[in-house]
Write a protein that binds this ligand. Structure first.
Ligand code: IDP
Length: 141
């Protein structure tokens, strides 16, 4: 399996619930390494740019409003098959449909306040990692 990097965000609802450590523990137990991390309170412009692919969707304003409502924890995860592995740990977008034991099933309350973001392809991972981190902020181990 290929070694990959993926971008993960712990969203404002999960930061407010004080479960950053519990979510990090799930990454580590699954064999993913945190190779960069920062806490940020996103501006409207940062959130709009990050989610630009959803600009035309009806929920875009709600999504940007939610993502700027409080601090987020942003990290780069590295490991074998990291993109799919992180998506599996996250569970389905709608927590009501997320498999038991996934991060969204355990910590999310609704489709908008759904605890975590994870890149969904190698192309989006590359764009999203570069959106938040310069190469000298990433520390492969
Ligand atoms: P993903 O986060 O599982 O990849 P996407 O379809 O890429 O899901 O949607 C991005 C984010 O937009 C979701 O995580 C969720 O926060 C938000 N979102 C998706 N659908 C809805 C909706 O119908 N209402 C409100 N927010 C939504």
């Amino acid at each position: 399996m290929a070694n990959q990097r993926t971008l993960s965000i712990i969203k404002p609802d999960a930061v407010a619930k004080n479960v950053i450590g519990e979510i990090y523990s799930r990454f580590e137990k699954a064999g993913l390494k945190i190779v960069a991390a920062k806490m940020l309170h996103l501006s409207k412009e940062q959130a709009e740019g990050f989610y630009a692919e959803h600009k035309e969707r009806g929920f875009f304003g709600e999504l940007v409003g939610f993502m700027t409502s409080g601090p987020v924890m942003v990290q780069v995860l590295e490991g074998d098959d990291a993109i799919a592995k992180n998506r599996e740990l996250m569970g389905a977008t709608n927590p009501k449909e997320a498999a038991p034991g996934t991060i969204r099933a355990d910590f999310a309350q609704s489709i908008d306040a759904n605890a975590v973001h994870g890149s969904d392809s190698p192309e989006s991972a590359e764009r999203e990692v570069a959106y938040f981190f310069s190469s000298d902020e990433i520390c492969p181990r």
